[in-house]
Design a protein around this ligand. Structure first.
Ligand SMILES: NC(=O)c1ccc[n+]([C@@H]2O[C@H](COP(=O)([O-])OP(=O)(O)OC[C@H]3O[C@@H](n4cnc5c(N)ncnc54)[C@H](OP(=O)(O)O)[C@@H]3O)[C@@H](O)[C@H]2O)c1
Length: 334
């Protein structure tokens, strides 16, 4: 590392059709860790939709990122030098901030030390981390499916969606899944056990939902928002429940916070629409990870990752993920 570290920054805040050329690779000095700090070398970088929000002028989970500044994001790394009691060199740690770079120095107290029982340390960015915990929170914390209830899950072949599909199936629910390609549809129905599939790129989601669930949906797990959410609302059964997880269809829009136009249907049908985020469930991570381990051991959980190599590949991987190139969790390995 020789005293410098490489990081990815924006050349300028993104417009509506972002390209890899909108990002640039830079270097900056890497100082020695001060009192209570550690130097961490990143091993895996997380590629997440929410990052798109802070790359334009809107505030997302993070404030808008200034061009030239290191982009924030999740990563798993190994402590290379420690100046902090209790966090030894060789420990694995998760950061939600110091992604998009080779290495960083940070206070040990701001990092989460992790050990992977199965050696799959990158899972702390997926199944055991943000996306798996989100899927678990939406299914077990919000929707609580019962056997034979029908649930619709969109972006179903992605990191959150693919776990949500399998959790709902493990509870005996009937799952209607959607994604953007027929190959993803084959995987969802053939491997993950979804009962029906909608290719949202060539089918009208609202119309297909009313065909596939003529008595209405008991539940929906919405990762997409926008027009899909409006279609979901029209397809809900009385007293149905919707978990609002994300709105990826709106992340390139001028206002990703815009709501659906048919909210009154929620009143008419006594539908419960609940937003949630992973932060409300992180405290239950040990219990959630144990639940995943039990399902995986029972052959009820397939964990898929799309892995791309090298820091330079991060911008393209990120844009590819937004375009649907990933199946399961998108990761960059350093
Ligand atoms: N609430 C929380 O705490 C929380 C935490 C993590 C993630 N999330 C949200 O959960 C959702 C999924 O996140 P993830 O990390 O699991 O990502 P992901 O599903 O692994 O990747 C994003 C996927 O979204 C699909 N997509 C992109 N644009 C779309 C559009 N216009 N309409 C429909 N589908 C589209 C693409 O698949 P296709 O091939 O199917 O198009 C793409 O693969 C996002 O909305 C994210 O913001 C929320």
């Amino acid at each position: 590392m020789a005293g410098t570290v490489r990081f990815i920054a924006l050349r300028h805040q993104l417009g509506s059709a972002p390209a890899p050329e909108d990002f640039a690779l830079h270097t900056m000095p890497l100082t020695a860790p001060g009192e209570g700090e550690v130097l961490v070398r990143n091993l895996w970088l997380s590629v997440d939709p929410y990052m798109r929000l802070s790359m334009s002028t809107q505030a997302g989970l993070h404030a808008p990122v200034q061009p030239g500044q290191p982009l924030p994001g999740g990563a798993v790394g190994v402590v290379e030098k420690s100046n902090a009691p209790g966090l030894a060199a060789g420990s694995f740690v998760v950061t939600m901030v110091h992604g998009w770079r080779d290495a960083y120095v940070a206070p040990a107290a701001t990092l989460q030390q992790v050990t992977a029982p199965d050696g799959n340390i990158q899972r702390f960015l997926g199944l055991y981390g943000l996306t798996g915990i989100t899927a678990w929170g939406g299914i077990h914390g919000v929707l609580k499916p019962e056997a034979d209830e029908t649930i619709y899950i969109n972006a179903a072949a992605g990191a959150v969606g693919s776990i949500a599909v399998q959790l709902a199936r493990s509870l005996g629910a009937r799952v209607i899944a959607s994604a953007g390609s027929d190959a993803k549809g084959e995987w969802l129905t053939g491997t993950l056990g979804a009962d029906a599939f909608i290719n949202y790129r060539r089918e009208n989601v609202g119309a297909r939902l009313r065909e596939l669930a003529p008595d209405g949906l008991a539940m929906a797990f919405d990762n997409v928002g926008g027009e899909q959410l409006e279609g979901i609302i029209e397809a809900m059964a009385p007293r149905g429940r919707i978990a609002l997880c994300g709105a990826i269809a709106l992340y390139e829009a001028e206002n990703y916070r815009a709501g659906p136009a048919n909210l009154f249907t929620i009143i008419e049908r006594h539908v419960a629409m609940t937003g949630f985020n992973a932060g409300f469930y992180f405290g239950r991570a040990p219990e959630i990870i144990a639940d995943f381990a039990r399902l995986e051991a029972a052959g009820q959980l397939v964990v898929e990752e799309t892995v791309v190599e090298g820091l330079e590949a991060m911008p393209k991987s990120f844009l590819d993920m937004l375009g649907g190139a990933n199946t399961g969790k998108m990761l960059v390995r350093l």
